[in-house]
Design a protein around this ligand. Structure first.
Ligand code: XMP
Length: 181
């Protein structure tokens, strides 16, 4: 079996691979309980949700349809008027469907709020959200996800799909980078 060595740019592992796997399995059970046998249309927010969603999806027992959305924020994330635009919307029809929107992290809340507004225009039967990580201390707009993997402190994290300049998405744990990377 391959040895898992720590990436040299990592200062701290916040959540280990084993904990993430256990939590995703529990999330899949929560989601299955919520929807029962109903079909669920899953929309993943790219690129960040790819790794998390790949693992979650394989553990969902119900019928699913899968699509994705690409959103971009304009202006620094630290400013209060950062706007989010949908760069590439989903293709599936969501009318009268049970929609589950999945993202890697809920931070200021702007991204999910914006995408939810757009999905609601299609009159889905229901709309819920699922995130691997939640940083409630950073919220700028009120937003609560229906399914949350882990609540974390206000630290910039990478791994399990989360990036810094498109790097580190492949780390199998959630980590904080060393200063000055
Ligand atoms: P908002 O602020 O719209 O943010 O809720 C959601 C998006 O912000 C990015 N984000 C992060 N990405 N480490 C990352 O790699 C972080 O700690 C972090 N915090 C926010 C992410 O793209 C997410 O989809």
């Amino acid at each position: 079996m391959a040895r898992t060595s720590l990436h040299p740019d990592v200062a701290e592992v916040l959540i280990s691979q084993a904990r993430i796997r256990r939590r995703i399995a529990a999330l899949a059970r929560e989601i299955a309980r919520c929807y029962g046998h109903a079909e669920v249309s899953i929309i993943g927010v790219l690129n960040g949700s790819m790794v998390f969603l790949g693992e979650l999806l394989r553990q969902l027992p119900m019928q699913t349809r899968l699509d994705s959305v690409v959103a971009r924020s304009y202006g620094a994330r630290t400013t209060s008027n950062g706007r989010v635009s949908i760069r590439r919307p989903w293709h599936l029809s969501l009318r009268r469907k049970h929609v589950l929107l999945v993202d890697d992290i809920l931070d200021t809340g702007r991204t999910l709020r914006r995408i939810c507004e757009r999905i609601r225009r299609e009159n889905p039967a229901s709309l819920r959200t699922c995130v691997l990580l939640d940083k409630p201390s950073r919220r700028v707009v009120p937003f609560t996800a229906d399914f949350v993997g882990f609540t974390i402190p206000d630290k910039f994290v990478v791994g399990y799909g989360l990036d810094f300049a498109e790097r580190y998405r492949n780390l199998p744990y959630i980590a904080v980078l060393r200063r000055g990377i």
